[in-house]
Design a protein around this ligand. Structure first.
Ligand code: UP5
Ligand code: MG
Length: 215
C-alpha cells in the first residue's frame, strides 16, 4: 500500500496502562482503525497452521518481545487489509461532524497499540511502513498497572495476566520499551498523558491532545 494513504499514531505505555481501553474511545470518536500488536500476535498464535504459534506463546508468557519480522508483517498485512476493505475511509466508523474537517483527508487512520516496543521495531516500521504522525504515551505507575492486570486476569484468560508474567512484562517495558519512548521524545513526537486517573479523565486529556495536534 501507499504510505501516503495512511496516518499512523503509535499508542505506547506499560502493561495495563490502558492502551486498549483508550483506543476503543478514539475509534468511536475519530474513526481510527485500531490495531493492537498484542492482539494480532495472540490471533496469529491461535491460527491453525501458523508456524509461529508456539514461539509467540512462549514470548508472551515470558513478557519478551517477539522477533520484529513477525510483528511488523502482521501489522503491515492488517493495514493493507483495512485499506483494501474500506478504501480511503476508516473501517466504517463514522467521524463526528466536529472532526470531519480535521480527519477526512483521504487517508486511513490507524492506532498502532503496543508497538513499537523495541528500538529495532521502531526503525524497521518507520523505514518500511511509514513514520508515525505522533506517539501517544500513557504514563502509569507499576502499582496501579499491577492492580489493573490482576483484576483483569480473573476473567481475561490471558496467559500473561499473572504475577510472574506481569513482573517480567514490567522489566521488559523498563529495559526495552522506554528507550523507544525516549527516542521519540528526543524527536519531539511524544504526547504524554497521565493514565492513573479514571478512564473518562484520561480520555479527556487525550481528546485535548488530539484536537490540539490536528487543529
Ligand atoms: N483500565 C484501563 N484503564 C483504566 C483506568 N483509567 N482506570 C481503571 N481501570 C482501567 O487495560 C487494562 C485493564 O485496566 C483493563 O481491565 C481495563 O479495564 C483497566 P487495557 O486497556 O487492556 O490496558 P493495555 O495498556 O492495553 O494493557 P495490555 O495488558 O494489553 O498491555 P501490554 O502492553 O502488556 O499487552 P500487549 O497485548 O500489547 O502485549 C502483550 C505481549 O505481546 C507483550 O508482553 C509481548 O510479549 C508481546 N508483544 C510483542 O512481542 N511485540 C509487540 O510489538 C507487541 C506485543
Ligand atoms: Mg492492550
Amino acid at each position: 500500500f501507499d504510505p501516503k494513504k495512511v496516518t499512523v499514531v503509535f499508542v505506547l505505555g506499560g502493561p495495563g496502562a490502558g492502551k486498549g481501553t483508550q483506543c476503543e474511545r478514539l475509534v468511536r470518536d475519530y474513526g481510527f482503525v485500531h490495531l493492537s500488536a498484542g492482539d494480532l500476535l495472540r490471533a496469529e498464535q491461535q491460527r491453525e497452521g501458523s508456524q509461529y504459534g508456539a514461539m509467540i506463546a512462549d514470548y508472551i508468557k515470558e513478557g519478551k518481545i517477539v522477533p520484529m519480522e513477525v510483528t511488523v508483517a502482521l501489522l503491515q498485512n492488517a493495514i493493507g487489509e483495512a485499506l483494501a476493505k474500506q478504501g480511503a475511509t476508516a473501517a466504517g466508523h463514522s467521524v463526528p461532524d466536529e472532526h470531519k474537517d480535521k480527519w477526512v483527508d483521504g487517508k486511513g487512520r490507524f492506532l498502532v497499540d503496543g508497538f513499537p516496543r523495541k528500538m529495532d521495531q521502531a526503525i524497521k516500521f518507520d523505514e518500511t511502513v511509514c513514520p508515525s504522525r505522533f506517539v501517544l504515551f500513557l504514563h502509569c505507575t507499576e502499582a496501579v498497572m499491577l492492580e489493573r492486570l490482576l483484576e483483569r486476569g480473573k476473567t481475561s484468560g490471558r496467559a500473561d495476566d499473572n504475577v510472574e508474567s506481569i513482573k517480567k512484562r514490567f522489566q521488559t517495558f523498563v529495559d526495552t520499551s522506554m528507550p523507544v519512548v525516549e527516542h521519540y521524545r528526543q524527536q519531539d513526537r511524544v504526547v504524554e498523558v497521565d493514565s492513573i486517573a479514571s478512564v473518562d479523565d484520561v480520555y479527556a486529556q487525550i481528546k485535548k491532545a488530539m484536537d490540539e495536534t490536528f487543529a
